[in-house]
Design a protein around this ligand. Structure first.
Ligand SMILES: C[S@@+](CC[C@H](N)C(=O)[O-])C[C@H]1O[C@@H](n2cnc3c(N)ncnc32)[C@H](O)[C@@H]1O
Length: 384
């Protein structure tokens, strides 16, 4: 049991009576010293609760580097050019992206500056260690939040995330008769249990678009993420010219809200197994499918225009993963090469991660007409 988190939640409950699921999730994941992402023991990668794409194979970061390079070219090769990664986990994507650029393109390397926005002190330390081991420390600046990034409104570059939005706190709601209810967290002795009540804020339901709401049947459950609105708006406000690249679980509305029969797409993960979200707070991961339509709509209010929505398969396919796999095929009888090929294809194939992860590209301050046809991630087609 994660006693610090459990005690913190009981204290919050003693004061408030009940917590929104978003409040529960915020403490369970982000309690400053003991939350799932902020405790001393690590959870991502080897022996943890989940692998993220950067941990599967460095080709992931290499392909993102190529896509980011294309963004840079599309913007007219500006210098300095900021790549700002929010929620960098253990820093593997930063390492692989930066190494790829350093090896491949000196002009781009000279223009590039890298920023990491990371809420957790433990994780920031892990990121530093990983980058230092590759002599990349000098290239990176750290910020605790988007508000701290200097030069807001003037920045030229790319803001990118992998599995950030699915880790932001969500409210759990349901359709009930003509109205809506919220599913809170309450205490039953030591246990945490669900408790139904009126909406904590009536505006929450407006985070689901009207057409989708009209399709909700009585008893339908869904999750909404006001934090995602704040984050995408803050990202848009940072940029003068540039792109926002979002890679995550989820889908567009209405599909994202109907993916799980009468459930809301909120999941717990404990050692790579699906679990009940209210169990083991602080010891298990909590995630929720991302409503990409909400990111598109909210982005528009700060000048971000959707350029395209696609899959991880197309992002990686358009940025060279198959050429790399082809090189490995020439070493077919080498067992190490086989294992490596398998990991690369896990990222790419539709029946693996290739389709599960979706990719949204938004742009600001650049002519978007005709842009989608030129971008690698949006042009790729898997040949039959
Ligand atoms: C699921 S992990 C993904 C990590 C990494 N991107 C990867 O793919 O391995 C979510 C990351 O987002 C960070 N995070 C969550 N909320 C954040 C916030 N509001 N500001 C900065 N980082 C945040 C977490 O600390 C963690 O590093």
């Amino acid at each position: 049991m994660n006693q610090v988190v459990v005690d913190a939640l009981h204290k919050q409950l003693a004061e408030a009576g009940k917590l929104t699921f978003a409040e529960f999730m915020a403490t369970a994941l982000y309690h400053p010293t003991a939350g799932y992402y902020n405790r001393a023991e690590m959870t991502i990668g080897e022996g943890g609760d989940f692998y993220t794409s950067p941990m599967v194979h460095p080709i992931f970061g290499a392909c993102i580097a190529r896509q980011v390079h294309q963004f840079w070219v599309a913007l007219g090769k500006p210098s300095p050019f900021l790549v700002l990664e929010m929620g960098a986990g253990v820093g593997q994507l930063a390492v692989d992206l930066l190494q790829t650029v350093r090896e491949a393109n000196q002009e781009f390397w000279a223009a590039l500056t890298y920023g990491i926005v990371e809420q957790g002190a433990q994780l920031r330390e892990r990121q530093r260690e990983r980058l230092e081991a590759r002599d990349l420390l000098k290239k990176v600046n750290w910020y605790d939040s988007l508000d701290e990034v200097p030069g807001a409104g003037e920045l030229v570059g790319v803001v990118l995330t992998n599995e950030l939005f699915d880790a932001l706190p969500v409210h759990r709601l349901g359709k009930s008769g003509d109205g809506y209810v919220e599913y809170y967290v309450a205490a039953d002795g030591e246990r945490f249990v669900e408790a139904e009540g009126p909406l904590s804020d009536p505006a929450l339901v407006e985070l689901v678009d009207e057409a989708t709401r009209a399709q909700f049947a009585d008893g339908e459950r869904f999750a909404v993420c006001p934090a995602a609105v704040d984050v995408i708006r803050a990202m848009g406000n940072l940029l003068l010219r540039g792109f926002v690249l979002t890679i995550d679980y989820g889908d567009l509305a209405p599909d994202v809200h109907f993916q799980h029969k009468r459930a809301d797409g909120v999941r717990g993960f404990y050692y790579q197994k699906l679990t009940e979200p209210l169990e083991r707070p602080g010891e298990q991961d909590l995630t929720a499918d991302v409503d990409f339509s909400l990111l598109v709509r909210s982005g528009e209010s700060v000048g971000l225009t959707e350029v395209g929505f696609t899959t991880q398969m197309n992002l990686l396919g358009g940025n060279g993963i198959l050429q790399k796999a082809h090189e490995l095929r020439n070493k077919r009888f080498d067992l190490m090469a086989d294992a490596e090929m398998h990991r690369m294809l896990t990222l790419f194939l539709p029946q693996s991660l290739g389709d599960v992860f979706k990719v949204l590209i938004q742009a600001k301050g650049i002519q978007t007409a005709g842009l989608a046809e030129r971008l690698n991630a949006l042009r790729f087609k898997l040949e039959e």
